[in-house]
Write a protein that binds this ligand. Structure first.
Ligand code: SF4
Length: 284
């Protein structure tokens, strides 16, 4: 095992099992309820403190992204998610960038006007939004502190006019490839949609591509790397995902995690090998 601390590019944090969207096929829903470990506010508090304020933590990372999911109906579970967001927003901004990711502006509004405004006025670096609304409120918010990333599947692009208008006020567009939970069958239609939309963006928005305002899913880029150079993705090497019970995986689509204690799981995740064995992307 390599010596700590380890330097990472990105850490994604999924703080709760209780996203109110409960979308079918979501990697979060895939882990059976019986196998879900206990989520602990105290542990996340410690983790944030270690990342943002300690100089001798287990690892350093260039950025941390917190998933801010739709609040569930259960008040106790919703309060847990609100508290995690509060703790994250109050962390000092330093060398590590602070990002949040939400499905839509409305999901973030659910957290109440105080937290909603604080997110836009705080020292967050980026807010990623999957479902974007070209309305007055979104345009106004896009002029506040954090930069806006439109994190979209091909279906969200909805033609040239909508895309051009959205690109006029967001800071970045990231085109995602729809992926199954690691090890499960890949949907080839998803890849065709991704390729078609990628070609459409290349054709209609070449200058945005050159300026780095549009980027494509790194998992698809990993496939290109695999065929040309023989290497896969960077999960486990430069990026990790942390789950509500403190377990850690390299790939965010890995629901087959072992139950480990928190400290051990963090260290286990930082191995010198790709988390690539069960990825079906390489079979495309
Ligand atoms: S193993 Fe890597 S390339 Fe495959 S889905 Fe996970 S992050 Fe993407």
């Amino acid at each position: 095992m390599r010596k700590l601390p380890v330097h990472l590019d990105a850490v994604s944090i999924q703080p709760s099992w209780d996203c109110g969207r409960a979308c079918k096929g979501c990697y979060l829903q895939n882990k059976s309820k019986a196998n879900r470990g206990q989520q602990s506010l105290k542990w996340f508090q410690e983790l944030f403190r270690s990342i943002f304020t300690e100089t001798h933590s287990l690892f350093t990372t260039k950025q941390v992204t917190l998933s801010v999911d739709k609040l569930p109906a259960d008040h106790r579970r919703a309060a847990f998610m609100e508290e995690i967001l509060d703790i994250f927003l109050m962390q000092p901004k330093g060398l590590t960038e602070k990002h949040i990711t939400v499905h839509s502006r409305m999901d973030l509004e659910q957290y109440g006007p105080y937290r909603f405004l604080k997110a836009f006025q705080s020292e967050l670096d980026w807010i990623s939004v999957s479902k974007i609304h070209n309305d007055y409120d979104t345009r106004t918010l896009s002029n506040m502190g954090p930069r806006i990333n439109w994190n979209t599947l091909p279906a969200g692009i909805r033609g040239y006019g909508f895309c051009a208008e959205t690109l006029s006020f967001v800071d970045h567009l990231h085109l995602l490839l729809e992926k199954p939970v690691l090890g499960q069958d890949f949907n080839r239609i998803a890849e065709i949609d991704f390729m078609k939309t990628r070609d459409f963006l290349r054709q209609h928005f070449p200058s945005e591509l050159r300026q780095g305002k549009i980027t494509f899913d790194p998992c698809h880029m990993a496939l290109e790397g695999y065929y040309t150079k023989g290497w896969g993705c960077s999960s486990n090497l430069r990026k990790i995902s942390i789950w509500p019970d403190g377990t850690v995986t390299g790939c965010p689509y890995d629901s087959g995690r072992e139950e480990l204690d928190h400290e051990e799981s963090l260290v286990m995740a930082l191995r010198d090998e790709y988390d690539w064995e069960r990825c079906r992307i390489k079979e495309l």
